[in-house]
Design a protein around this ligand. Structure first.
Ligand code: GLN
Length: 449
């Protein structure tokens, strides 16, 4: 592809954005600025020719970054996130910002100041969340690839609901600099794409140590190398905790079929156990709300976005936050403030930290026995808009298959494996040990993908 062809491609992306506007997946069309950068591009960058959308919680200088929240209404970024800068350096074309659940809190993309994003497979259904806009932009063919963020499943679950690949790297693999913080000890920038190759190539561009994020890992990012003989020897673990009652029968059937196929192909399938899995949801919602309540204290109407008017300073803070945040975000701030409050801190926060360690130990132990783990990505199929909106606990349970890996910090990948009788996508999740994202990616070839 040359620069003229890429200009054409970006023009057609602009048309697609407007043609697919009913999906409500794009919050800012950046095709003009993407086109204007092309004159400085040569054709040697790894991502040259790729159109890429980024979730609206990732900063790109001089463009709106609102985290789909009223409290950031009118806020333009004053700097660029490292992951985003690396895409620009690799000559990827950033063409849009994408819709999301407010501050990345949610599993359905219904908690957004821009209104809900729709699932392209059936517009009455949710696309998953919180990176629903990125998943939809890739699934609908508006862009080649997208960035999201995954704190407890926000890349993998929408990837599963929309039928695309979605990779959450090992915690610390990708710099969090410029990613608006939700729960800092969980947050990871992740990748959406329509193929394993595109997933791997975007990951390789954004991964690596960054001195601006002290939690980013120093491990070298080896170029992805498909190793056929190593792939044939992969020991695949099936954790029994992910096969139980709560899993939708059509999803369970998709998993069983894959397992039969793997057995027929002489792969070693090992039944394993991750015994602390049942505590994952409670642990996750204690720790992430605690972290969110402190991270979101910076949004006070003074430095960013929306400010309520009042002559009284305390009232100005109060009204800015009360009017600026949506209900789900306020619910989490209150829960977080509660679990951190004196008298409850040890009973909830300290206890949850201990359980997190046990969950992490489950994973370190199991990876002595197997190379990858295989589970459903979501226990349920995409659901109708409005179906779970009034029952937060039900919405939280939708994360039951993705939050354990976020507590542990291991890499996990959604792979699209088929569709339900109603034509809604089904995804399975492959996980590897810390910094071994190549194993889940090799795992895809196990399925002939
Ligand atoms: N759905 C989960 C939550 O609401 C995960 C969110 C995320 O990964 N950002 O917390």
């Amino acid at each position: 592809m040359d620069v003229n062809q890429l200009t054409e491609k970006i023009n057609s992306t602009r048309e697609k954005i407007s043609r697919e506007s009913n999906l409500n997946c794009i919050t800012a069309d950046l095709t003009e600025s993407a086109s204007s950068q092309l004159s400085s591009f040569n054709v040697h960058g790894t991502l040259f020719g790729k159109t890429i959308a980024i979730k609206d919680n990732l900063n790109l200088i001089n463009t709106p970054t609102t985290c789909a929240s009223k409290i950031l209404d009118g806020h333009d970024s004053i700097y660029t996130a490292t992951a985003v800068q690396k895409i620009i350096d690799a000559q990827g074309s950033i063409v849009a910002k994408t819709n999301m659940d407010e501050f990345a809190m949610g599993s359905s993309n219904e908690h957004s100041v821009y209104g809900p994003t729709k699932n392209p497979h059936n517009i009455d259904y949710v696309p998953g969340g919180s990176s629903g806009g990125s998943a939809v932009a890739v699934a609908a063919g508006i862009v080649d690839m997208a960035l999201g963020s995954d704190t407890g499943g926000s890349v993998r679950q929408p990837a599963s609901f929309c039928g695309v690949y979605g990779l959450k790297p090992t915690y610390g693999r990708v710099s969090r600099y410029g990613l608006t913080a939700f729960a800092s000890s969980f947050d990871q920038v992740g990748v959406f794409a329509n193929s394993v190759e595109d997933t791997a190539s975007l990951f390789e561009v954004i991964a690596g140590h960054d001195k601006k994020d002290s939690t980013s890992a120093k491990e070298i990012v080896e170029p992805f190398d498909y190793n056929e003989s190593a792939t044939k020897k992969l020991r695949i673990g099936l954790p029994k905790e992910f096969l139980g009652e709560g899993i939708n029968p059509e999803i369970r059937q998709a998993l069983t079929q894959k397992v039969e196929y793997l057995k027929d192909s002489k792969f070693q399938i090992i039944d394993v156990s991750l015994p602390h899995t049942e505590h994952a949801i409670a642990t996750y919602y204690i720790l992430t709300t605690a972290e969110a309540s402190t991270n979101l204290s910076r949004f006070d109407g003074v430095r960013f976005g929306h400010r309520a008017t009042s002559d009284d300073l305390s009232e100005m803070y109060l009204y800015s936050r009360s009017n600026g945040f949506g209900d789900e975000v306020k619910r989490r701030i209150m829960l977080g403030a509660f679990v951190l409050s004196s008298g409850y801190y040890d009973a909830y926060y300290t206890q949850a930290q201990k359980v997190r360690r046990l969950i992490r130990d489950d994973y370190t132990n199991v990876f002595d026995e197997v190379d990858v783990l295989l589970t459903p990505t979501s226990p349920i199929l995409p659901f109708k808009r409005g179906e779970k909106l009034t029952d937060p606990l039900q919405m939280y349970m939708a994360d039951v298959c993705t939050v354990p890996m976020s507590l542990a910090g291991v890499p996990a990948l959604n792979i699209p494996v088929g569709k339900s009788k109603m034509g809604l996508p089904i995804g399975l999740q492959l996980m590897g040990n810390f910094f071994q994202r190549e194993k889940p990616i090799w795992g895809c070839s196990v399925f002939g993908i």
